[in-house]
Design a protein around this ligand. Structure first.
Ligand code: GDP
Length: 331
């Protein structure tokens, strides 16, 4: 007898993580559905991440901040696994943005879980958490036992989501868990993040269409991993022989923005010092505690480990941006 293929729903399927996860799940034989904003479906730039899976997935336009739309979506798809990745992912420290950040990053998590509980309680649920939940913690590295102390409204919204997920697991019996992911990069990273800003900046300088790059604090450090590896951890978490639990997903290593910059310019044999301009606009409020994740638990339980070296990530991002710009010039 043929085993029925698993049905997965990915919110934010056209983003960096959503698109890599879609590719991974399709390769594992899942039937993959995804949500994105209706406006994005008519914007070629927003669809580009999905080119490897076009025709192999089903996309549903859905505004996740509308409870009824979420309810109808779950009722129609009845997924076996739901990966909730959609979020306004740029970490704003501007508390003027707080109402919109809270509503886009918190309410959909709750709407999805409540619809799953009513309509398809066997559906497993993954929530994309963030190292920003630890914020100004006094512990380093951070693991699943570390107390949360978010410093941004984004971190507060993610921490609230974490507790709703745990509540649905512990009080409603839903297989629901949070992956507390640290920064993860790739050639699909959004341009607002410093890594992509650097890789595209280097590509422009290399091709002669820019003569400098403006950054904020280059002594800042991050635990930077490789996005395609992080989506593998997500799928493993929903297929965990130990049942649902939360994990820190990180490399355990930190690098400075300066090191990333140096590697990126070195890829094309240039010296970053000749091209860097510092701009106060890009400085953040003090980031005194280093966010570095301890992923021992997911290593022990699920055998997951980050493998890709920072040098390889940087090289891939710079070469990709050079190719993209050359391609654009041709058109
Ligand atoms: P996130 O803040 O961890 O979500 O990731 P970002 O990529 O936005 O920022 C990573 C680090 O780079 C932070 O510590 C920033 O302070 C630092 N940084 C330095 N210059 C820049 C810049 O021009 N843009 C951004 N986004 N970050 C910068």
């Amino acid at each position: 007898m043929k085993v029925r293929e698993k049905i997965a729903l990915i919110t934010g399927i056209n983003g960096q993580d959503g698109s890599y996860l879609a590719e991974h799940l399709v390769s594992l034989g899942y039937q993959v559905h995804g949500t994105m904003r209706l406006s994005s479906m008519h914007n070629a730039d927003k669809m580009v991440n999905l080119k490897n899976v076009s025709g192999k997935i089903k996309i549903h336009p859905c505004g996740l901040t509308d409870h009824l739309s979420v309810y109808k979506l779950i009722s129609k798809i009845k997924p076996d696994e739901c990966y909730h990745l959609a979020a306004a992912s740029f970490v704003s420290y501007d508390f003027n943005d707080e109402l919109s950040i809270i509503s886009t990053n918190f309410n959909p998590t709750h709407y999805l879980l409540s619809a799953i509980k009513e309509l398809v309680p066997s559906c497993k649920f993954y929530f994309s958490g963030s190292s920003e939940m630890f914020g100004n913690t006094d512990a380093s590295p951070q693991n699943e036992e570390t107390k949360f102390n978010p410093r941004s409204i984004y971190g507060i919204a993610k921490t609230s989501g974490f507790y709703v997920v745990r509540n649905y697991r512990e009080h409603h019996g839903i297989y629901a868990c949070t992956g507390i992911t640290y920064n993860h990069e790739s050639s699909r990273r959004d341009f607002s993040f410093v890594t992509r800003k650097i890789s595209t900046g280097v590509a422009k300088i290399y091709l002669g269409s820019a003569d400098h790059i403006e950054l904020g604090n280059i002594d800042a450090v991050r635990d930077w991993g490789y996005a395609p590896e992080y989506v593998v951890a997500m799928q493993k978490m929903l297929n965990n022989p130990k049942g649902p639990t939360d994990y820190v997903i990180s490399t355990g290593k930190t690098n400075s923005v300066k090191h990333f910059l140096d590697l990126a310019f070195s890829t094309v044999n240039l010296d970053y010092k000749k091209y860097l301009k510092t701009n106060d606009f890009f400085f953040r409020p003090s980031e005194k505690v280093i966010l570095r994740g301890d992923s021992q638990k997911i290593g022990d339980d699920l055998g997951w480990k980050s493998e890709k070296k920072i040098e390889e990530i940087v090289e891939e991002m710079v070469f990709n941006d050079i190719a993209l710009l050359k391609d654009r010039e041709k058109r």
